[in-house]
Design a protein around this ligand. Structure first.
Ligand code: FEO
Length: 169
């Protein structure tokens, strides 16, 4: 059985992951509007991962006899000054999520919830990768801020990566 404190914290984290899905989908739509389809596809794939993060929490709560509460989602931003700012929003959000996961792990430790502590190890490791990936893309886009040609090359490269991932399935 899960404690009310952990139940609430896991529901709030599910909400945060669903908001990540919403935000990244909004970033994907912004890139798609500008015909940067490689970026759009990359962001859409990131959004899909966030939905998977939310669903893992959803099932953990259920497996532990907790009650799922789906909290209201805010409308995410829909406009950014440019590609650098749009990718920066993703990087900033990943850092925020890392902070949340760490705080959640602290709560699980305090509550002596060993199952949730073990469950969260996956998220802790995942955040290292998520932040590193967003950080790499941010620095690449930033370096190409004054090069439309370079940006198109990067867009094509991102589209290629997505196609590779697709064929690996
Ligand atoms: Fe679910 Fe990208 O954090």
């Amino acid at each position: 059985m899960i404690s009310p404190t952990i139940e609430k914290a896991l529901n709030e984290q599910t909400h945060a992951e669903l908001y990540s899905f919403y935000l990244y989908l909004s970033v994907a739509a912004w890139f798609a509007d500008r015909h940067l389809d490689g970026f759009a596809g990359w962001m859409e794939a990131q959004a899909q991962e966030e939905m998977e993060h939310a669903m893992k929490l959803f099932h953990h709560l259920q497996d532990r006899g907790g009650r799922v509460r789906l909290l209201a989602l805010d409308e995410p931003p829909a406009e950014w000054a440019g590609p650098t700012e749009a990718v920066a929003a993703v990087l900033e959000h990943e850092r925020y999520i890392t902070g949340r996961i760490n705080a959640l792990a602290d709560v699980a430790a305090k509550e002596n919830d060993h199952a949730t502590q073990v469950f969260l190890h996956w998220y802790i490791a995942e955040q290292v990768e998520e932040e590193a990936t967003a950080d790499r893309l941010y620095h690449q886009v930033k370096a190409l801020a004054d090069s439309p040609h370079g940006l198109l090359m990067l867009d094509r490269e991102l589209a290629g990566r997505k196609a590779e991932a697709g064929t690996a399935d």
